[in-house]
Structure formats: structure tokens, C-alpha cells
Design a protein around this ligand. Structure first.
Ligand code: NAP
Length: 248
């Protein structure tokens, strides 16, 4: 395969959960994967190992997506190494749950900085390269909570709803450059983020899901890979809901 046919896929928050599943779903001889993470070095190394075992090539880098400077360094390194950015998956995210009246400003700011400003930081810089290439795919990970709300998650819901507005605005801006921008809104997915739910809470949740189960990271990764594929070339500004029918 010539170097020109090798695409570069960038995934934020690729060390664990949905981000790792996305990296693995893209892993293959025709793809260079670059992902970042916040602090979990061992988990990031495990993602790299699993990408290699799947026949792919991938590297992780510790980068805070909320920092414009760190994000700039991350993308510079990617461009120096691969010369392209074909796909960007904005997946990194955190939750700092609590009822509104008790929510600390710090918890609001951290969630907004990582979940929403992080998407802005990465998309802005990747878009410049994609505009030069006259092609690119951007997939932003929102949440069912961003469309439906959820008590105890005012900060998280606002950040995820913000991602949807951002996705539509940027899709309209970049469409003429053959760049698509879409969002995937997962429902409840089994990852570290939802691990603290009690068995009772999980049972109650499952009862609200028509497909009768909590989702898996691979369920989300499949939708992301589809949106980055040639089959999705005419889809932009959309939100794909991956939630077992929990929200229709
Ligand atoms: P997770 O298992 O907690 O993993 C979060 C990932 O984001 C990790 O790789 C983490 O790195 C990275 N990260 C956190 N803060 C970061 C920062 N400041 N800079 C760079 N990377 C950072 O979460 P998940 O459940 O896979 O969720 C992935 C995405 O899906 C999030 O945006 C989440 O909001 C969304 N989502 C999840 C669910 C769900 O039910 N799980 C539902 C809807 C939407 P470290 O490993 O270093 O901490």
C-alpha cells in the first residue's frame, strides 16, 4: 500500500472505554491511529498493544484537550509524523455529577472545558488541515443526556447539548470543503464512566431500554466508523442516536 492510501485517524480519549473501542474499530493496515488521554498511561499502552494485535498502528499521547497549547502540540506531532488528518473523533469527556443547587463552579467549569472546549480546540486545528486536503470526517461524541436532560447532570447535559449545536454549525461551515461533521449520541454504555451505577440502578435503566440491555463500547464504535466511511459521504450535520431505543 502506498503512503498516500494510509489515512490518519485521530481519537481523543482513546485510553479506555468508547475511545479505545473506536481506536480498535479503525485499526488496520491502511490506518495510522493517533489518540490522546489525560493520565492513564498503562491504559493507553494497552490500547496501543491492542491496536497492534489487530494489525494496526497506533500511538497515544498524554494531552489535556482543554489546553489549546497541548492540543496544538499534539496535532503538530501528528502532522510531522503522518502529514494528514483524515478523521477526527472527539470522544474525550468527563462527568462531575451533582444537583444544580449544590454544583460547584469548578465542576461546571471542568466539564465545560474538557467536554465542550476540548471539542472546539481539536476541531479548530484539525479543520485547518482538512480544508487544505479538501476532505475530512469529524465525529463528535455527544450523549442521550444532551437531548433528553438528566437530573444531576446539568453541567454534563449542557456540554453534550452544546456539542450538537457545535456539530451543526461547523458542518454548515465546512461542507463546501468536502468535510462532514456529525455527532453520535450514545445512551448508557458499559464503561468506567457508568461503572459506579448500582445493580439496582442498572436494572431500572435496562427496564427503560427497548432493546433490553445496556450498550457496549463497540455499539458506539460501529456508528463512528460508519460516519467516517465512504458510505456516509452524503451525511453531515446529523446526530446518530445509539441508545437501544431509549430515546427516539
Ligand atoms: P471513560 O471510560 O471515562 O474514558 C474517558 C476517556 O477520556 C479516557 O481515555 C480519558 O483519559 C479521556 N479524558 C478525560 N479527560 C481528558 C482530557 N482532559 N484530555 C484528554 N483526554 C481526556 O469514558 P467513556 O464512557 O468511554 O466515554 C467516552 C465519551 O462518550 C465521553 O465523551 C462521554 O461523555 C461519552 N458518553 C459516554 C456514555 C456512557 O454511558 N459511557 C454515554 C454517552 C456519552 P484517561 O484514561 O487518561 O483518564
Amino acid at each position: 500500500m502506498s503512503e498516500q492510501n494510509i489515512r490518519t485517524v485521530v481519537v481523543t480519549g482513546g485510553s479506555r472505554g468508547i475511545g479505545r473501542a473506536v481506536c480498535l474499530a479503525f485499526a488496520g493496515a491502511d490506518t495510522q491511529i493517533r489518540f490522546n488521554y489525560s493520565s492513564a498511561l498503562a491504559a493507553a499502552e494497552e490500547t496501543e498493544k491492542q491496536i497492534a494485535a489487530a494489525g494496526g498502528s497506533g500511538k497515544g499521547m498524554q494531552v489535556n484537550v482543554a489546553s489549546e497549547e497541548e492540543v496544538a502540540g499534539f496535532f503538530k506531532k501528528i502532522l510531522d509524523e503522518t502529514g494528514r488528518i483524515d478523521v477526527l473523533v472527539n470522544n474525550a469527556g468527563i462527568a462531575r455529577d451533582g444537583l444544580l443547587v449544590r454544583m460547584k463552579e469548578k465542576d461546571w467549569d471542568e466539564v465545560m472545558d474538557i467536554n465542550l472546549k476540548g471539542v472546539f480546540n481539536c476541531t479548530k486545528i484539525a479543520a485547518k488541515t482538512m480544508i487544505k486536503q479538501h476532505c475530512g470526517r469529524i465525529v463528535n461524541i455527544s450523549s442521550v443526556v444532551g437531548v433528553n436532560g438528566n437530573p444531576g447532570q446539568a453541567n454534563y447535559a449542557a456540554s453534550k447539548a452544546g456539542i450538537i449545536g457545535f456539530t451543526k454549525a461547523v458542518a454548515a461551515e465546512l461542507a463546501s470543503r468536502n468535510i462532514t461533521v456529525n455527532a453520535v449520541a450514545p445512551g448508557y454504555i458499559e464503561t468506567d464512566m457508568t461503572a459506579s451505577l448500582s445493580d439496582k440502578a442498572k436494572e431500572a435503566l435496562t427496564a427503560r431500554i427497548p432493546l433490553g440491555r445496556i450498550g457496549k463500547s463497540d455499539d458506539v464504535a460501529g456508528a463512528v466508523v460508519f460516519l467516517a466511511s465512504q458510505a456516509a459521504a452524503y451525511i453531515t450535520g446529523q446526530v446518530i442516536h445509539v441508545n437501544g431505543g431509549m430515546y427516539m
